[in-house]
Write a protein that binds this ligand. Structure first.
Ligand SMILES: Nc1ncnc2c1ncn2[C@@H]1O[C@H](COP(=O)(O)OP(=O)(O)OP(=O)(O)O)[C@@H](O)[C@H]1O
Ligand SMILES: [Mg+2]
Length: 252
């Protein structure tokens, strides 16, 4: 099916899910889904929203590139293939309603909640869990909450997610460091495939990571949008992020 289907036909595929920045479509093979990355950019739980032409391409490509890299590092992910300009074919997962955050440097909400200096390196990477629940504003959870709320059946599986997150942190930090980028923090979403195996799903790009230039501290991620910078500057930041990670100019 994939060989004969062109991106312009994808709109005919049934939509089975849609969030703020991606559309999930059913594919002929029931074990796969198509993720379409939109040009939308949002912040503050979706209260702030704009269109940034080309962002969908940039984020789909960066996600695909980093998932491929992580697969080679032995990390189980949902990634199957990238289709120009803004599509990713992935294995269909039953997503866990949890966001796993890993922090190397104090930034964002961490510096608002805790008495810690913004920009300071933490003694060791801190892993946090948040319940994906907009009405409750994504409350932070501990490992016991994940089991007691029935999200995972045992603490062992919670530990598995934590270990995978720390492995991703090591691999991604080293890779990005070689590109002159500091991985400040990032967010992952996990799911289970049809065999019940835990895999990383969703996306990994400048929307889900904080990235600072190693030398200058320049912000290379969505924080420029959160800070209210001009949209032209926000797009330039996404383009720069692409150039650093992929090693070529984005096609936008
Ligand atoms: N491999 C996968 N299989 C099935 N669903 C997936 C997979 N990867 C990601 N998803 C889901 O696709 C949706 C992506 O949409 P998007 O990121 O735009 O959502 P969102 O606005 O962040 O909202 P939310 O994540 O709360 O649904 C998410 O619900 C995500 O959990
Ligand atoms: Mg999302």
């Amino acid at each position: 099916m994939w060989e004969v289907m062109l991106p312009q036909d994808f709109s005919k595929l049934e939509v089975i899910g849609e969030g703020k920045t991606k559309i999930v479509r059913r594919m002929e093979n029931p074990d796969l889904v198509l993720l379409e990355f939109k040009d939308a950019i949002t912040a503050l739980d979706g209260e702030k929203k704009d269109t940034l032409t080309g962002k969908g391409h940039i984020n789909a490509r960066i996600s695909s590139f980093l998932f491929e890299f992580l697969s080679k590092e032995g990390v189980p992910t949902h990634y199957v293939s990238f289709i120009e300009p803004n599509y990713m074919v992935v294995r269909r997962l039953k997503m866990l309603p949890v966001e796993i955050v890993c922090r190397n440097i104090a930034a964002g909400s961490f510096t608002k909640k805790y008495p810690v200096k913004a920009g300071s390196r933490l003694k060791y990477p801190v892993v946090e869990y948040y319940l994906k629940d907009d009405l409750r504003h994504d409350p932070m959870m501990n490992e016991d909450h994940i089991v007691v709320l029935g999200i995972l059946p045992s603490i062992e599986e919670v530990k598995e997610i934590k270990e995978l997150t720390l492995k991703v942190n090591k691999s991604l930090s080293n890779f990005l460091d070689s590109k002159g980028i500091t991985l400040v923090d990032f967010k992952l979403e996990f799911g289970k495939d049809k065999d019940g195996k835990i895999c990383i799903g969703d996306e990994i790009n400048g929307d889900s990571m904080r990235l600072w230039d190693k030398e200058t501290g320049r912000v290379l991620d969505k924080d420029v949008y959160r800070q209210g910078k001009k949209l032209s500057e926000v797009l330039e930041t996404y383009r720069e992020c692409y150039k650093r990670i992929i090693g070529e100019e984005p096609k936008v």
